[in-house]
Design a binder for this molecule. Structure first.
Ligand code: KE4
Length: 441
């Protein structure tokens, strides 16, 4: 039974008059899945409510930051207390070093970190820093990985493995991507080929150590080790973009989970606890190039904003103090959820596969396996859209794109999981017309 959406529809029409697409980030417009974008009015724990009063179990969690769920009391109180003392000063506050110290306690390779206001700023700055440190121009990224919307990173893969990136967005001149190589993820040969061609001209390799932005795609066994060995061999900096995985997979992110130490780490999402924070960090030898100490310039009016620092501090302190319970439970409950939905798909005759690392996961509407962009792109996005709209009507809010990771929070309960699996069974039944005993999705 379709849910009432007239308030959301009205708000969307109004917003479209004054904001492109009615949204401040494209994925929120539901273009990839169809249907009516929901305007959210409130969140609490694992739940959100829209403008028509519909309640949903939320697996977007603001795209990763809300590992503790919506409006955790400690975070809300931290923000409120900070706000009572003023919202921003354009001068330093002790909360910035407080947050830096707890981040560094989780990421021991980081000796210094600079806070910014988004993941995009973090990765853009880390790449500038890598170029400043190595005095090299070329950078390597991977197809299907997203590191924010800085020009040099908005590239489509070149035709051959070691051909340079083609602008992936209007408004990005070819000159801005001419030094960007986009290679296939999980493919060591492609990396070796690129390095044998460009040798000591490559400043950095930036990678999502567990990819979230083509849907969840883990590294093959040994892949991150190979990345580390090859970049060492060519004196190229390895940047782990842990904006999504930092404090998500474990307290120390993917580098703790896989035991690989990058040269620079970018962070965001969880370190802001739902407020705008990004960061980039590494050894002092590299970080001391950053202004005002060194010649690499980067700045920001609201960098280190006291409210955002307070939200991040409350979140990270809670994770630090409860890590032994939180992460194993997130892993266990996420496993139950993902397996339950996969079983529902199997019973409905729907060919899906899934990838999961800890509490980030994606069900792909393809038989799979999904190990890189090419295999992810074989997903049946129409079928995903039908499933998305159907399960949304059943009160489950998944990321509105086949190529995004979903997230579980510490606030999700076993009852939420059971309700979600039941909703998925209904969604498969409703959105999967069966023909000739085979689901046509
Ligand atoms: P922001 O500029 O959106 O804070 O961060 C960019 C970024 C950098 N690195 C990684 C690994 C990221 O996942 C992101 C942003 N993630 C997307 C979701 N896949 C943000 C959602 C959106 O664009 O609305």
């Amino acid at each position: 039974m379709s849910r009432k959406t007239e308030q959301s529809r009205k708000l969307q029409k109004r917003a479209e008059k004054v904001i492109p697409g009615g949204v401040n980030s494209p994925v929120r417009a539901f273009r990839a899945v169809g249907g009516e974008p929901r305007f959210i009015v409130r969140g609490s724990g694992s739940r959100i409510w829209d403008a028509d009063g519909n309640e949903y179990i939320d697996y977007v969690g603001s795209w990763g930051p809300l590992i503790l769920g919506h409006a955790p009391p400690g975070v809300v109180e931290g923000i409120s207390a900070a706000a009572r003392n003023g919202t921003s000063f354009g001068a330093s506050t002790s909360s910035e070093a407080d947050l830096a110290e707890i981040v560094i306690s989780a990421f021991p390779h980081i000796e210094k970190i600079r806070f910014v206001s988004s993941g995009t700023e973090a990765t853009m700055s880390a790449i500038r820093l890598a170029r400043a440190y190595t005095k090299r121009k070329y950078i390597v990224k991977f197809e299907g990985c997203y590191h924010g919307h800085a020009d040099a990173l908005l590239v489509k893969a070149g035709s051959g493995v070691a051909t340079l990136g083609i602008p992936g967005s209007a408004g990005v001149p070819q000159e801005f991507t001419q030094f960007t190589l986009a290679l296939p993820f999980n493919n060591v040969d492609a990396l070796e080929q690129a390095f044998s061609k460009f040798k000591n001209q490559i400043a950095c390799v930036i990678v999502e150590p567990v990819v979230g932005n083509m849907g969840c795609v883990p590294p093959h066994r040994g892949y991150l080790d190979a990345l580390r060995e090859i970049t060492h061999r060519y004196d190229t900096l390895l940047i782990f973009d842990e904006v999504m995985t930092g404090f998500r997979l474990t307290f120390g992110g993917a580098q703790e989970l896989y035991g690989i130490i990058p040269d620079l780490t970018t962070l965001g999402k969880i370190i802001g606890g739902g407020l705008p924070v990004g960061g980039y960090g590494g050894q002092s030898e590299i970080m001391d190039l950053v202004a005002p100490l060194g010649p690499m310039y980067q700045a920001g009016t609201l960098s280190g904003n006291p409210l955002a620092m307070a939200a991040g501090l409350a979140t990270l302190r809670y994770l630090r103090d409860h890590r032994k319970m939180i992460y194993p439970r997130l892993d266990k409950v996420s496993g139950e959820l993902v397996a339950g939905i996969a079983a529902a798909a199997k019973d409905a005759g729907v060919p899906i596969c899934y990838n999961r690392v800890g509490s980030m996961f994606t069900w792909f509407f393809t038989a799979g396996p999904v190990t890189d962009w090419d295999s992810a792109a074989r997903s049946n996005t129409e079928a995903f859209g039908r499933f998305f709209r159907s399960i949304l009507d059943n009160g489950i809010y998944l990321p509105p794109s086949q190529f995004e990771a979903a997230f579980l929070s510490a606030a999700h309960t076993s009852e939420d999981i059971q309700q979600t699996i039941a909703a998925a069974k209904q969604a498969f039944a409703m959105s999967v017309p069966l023909h000739r005993n085979k689901a046509v999705i």
